[in-house]
Design a protein around this ligand. Sequence first.
Ligand code: GLC
Ligand code: CA
Length: 517
Amino acid sequence: MPAWLKDAVFYEIYPQSFYDTNADGIGDFQGIIEKLDYIKGLGCNALWINPCFDSPFKDAGYDVRDYMMAAPRYGTNEDLFRLFREAHARGIHVLLDLVPGHTSEEHKWFLKSGEAERNEYSDRYIWTDHWIKGIPGRPYIGGEFERNGVYMLNFFKCQPALNYGWKEPTEAWQQGIDDPGPRATREAIKEVMRFWLSHGCDGFRVDMAESLVKGDDDKRTGTCAVWRDLFSVKKEFPEAAFVAEWGHPELAITGAGFDMDFYLDHAGNGYNTLMRDYETAGGDHSYFLKDGGGDITRFLDDFLPRYEASKDHGFISFITCNHDTPRPSWTLSDRERKLAFAMIFTMPGVPFLYYGDEIGMRYCEELRTKEGGYTRTGSRTPMQWDESANKGFSTGRAEDLYLPVDSRENAPSVAAQEILKDSLLNTVREILALRHAEPGLQADTSFEVLHAIQGDPLFIYKRGDLTIAVNPSGEEKSSPAGILHGPGAEVLFRIGEASCKDDGAVCLGPQSFAILR
Ligand code: GLC
Ligand code: CA
């Protein structure tokens, strides 16, 4: 894995909504360039930009029509190359979003594959061999093309599945992983990677990475094998980094060869129990909810085995949120999020901050769907920069904006939080600055649980020479004696109240967090 990941903190940008520099109401590459200093000042030194390629935008760009062409609404390829250069000049790495599992139904490969005569693209997608023969258990479409068959979908109707083969073909129309059609798909995707990497891109976030191979691939041995082949590109670009949208680091990292895997918001998993327990039945017992009665052992039971199984090969990536997930401000207060982010940013692995979470932007659930967003749309609204019109996102007309700006009276902005010492924004800055300064907070520094007991809100862990303690509850909590080796520990950072007792116990006030040495 590339060495630069050890100190990397990512910032996810939904380009539509970040910063509009030509007043057409939608964010653009120039807007990202103009905000690079802000991102750097926040403490993020890497970006993931959601798909910014030519697309009909029926799934916000996850329906790619041309992998090698920037979407004109954001700018040109040259503008994107310039963004890479401007980012690099500030020590910022840039990941693009690779969507290898499907294309737009308007992609030229797909249009060719629907032709009746066999051609170079006939096997690029998954087609049955008769117009009335469906694909059991999988979504498919018939009746649209001259070709005598139906084709498989990967997600929405606009997203036909690319053909990486079947684990164990059982029908004549299904191909094996190493048959010529699937092999050609792999080579085509490698060309896409090479194209952007050779122009200065630093790697990819990979969409739906776990489901390339179809059929009985429950253990993902087929998909892992395909990834190991795709990653032959890493030999040509050893500094390139890849993060999977997978959520199973023991497979994505250890099996498939990804450098990082997201700790995604999956109902009931460890990440979910920290911040988003509202998805499971029985009420919200999120650990960071002050009165949730949360339990850190639910998190650790899930996290520790995944961490142990992947830590020698790559990094788990905690997220504050992403473009598919309700913003954390939906259920957590400002203080609760400060504590949650403090923990996320001091865990091992490579964290990702979703744009706007650093100021506590709202999940605008009242919005109507935009570009296939549905319930995700509320997390995709324009960044709130200042108190000027459109909260500084765009000088265009409010009615022309990609999505409305959150116009509540107390909607946060960067400018307003900049001048408040204790704002979420400044808290995030302070933690990230410490993360970069302290070897104990690098991605690969050791992690050890010092105190985690069922029913006790106090959680204490060790990173290198640092001891980190968190108490999300409303009451003061003290650890047993001897957590710290004697008195006199230095508090490097705290939220709320923190002290060390002579017997080596750590004492945290209500809703408090501390990094000690
Ligand atoms: C991933 C993306 C999501 C998209 C889907 C289909 O889950 O994060 O936004 O709709 O894949 O590409
Ligand atoms: Ca624009």
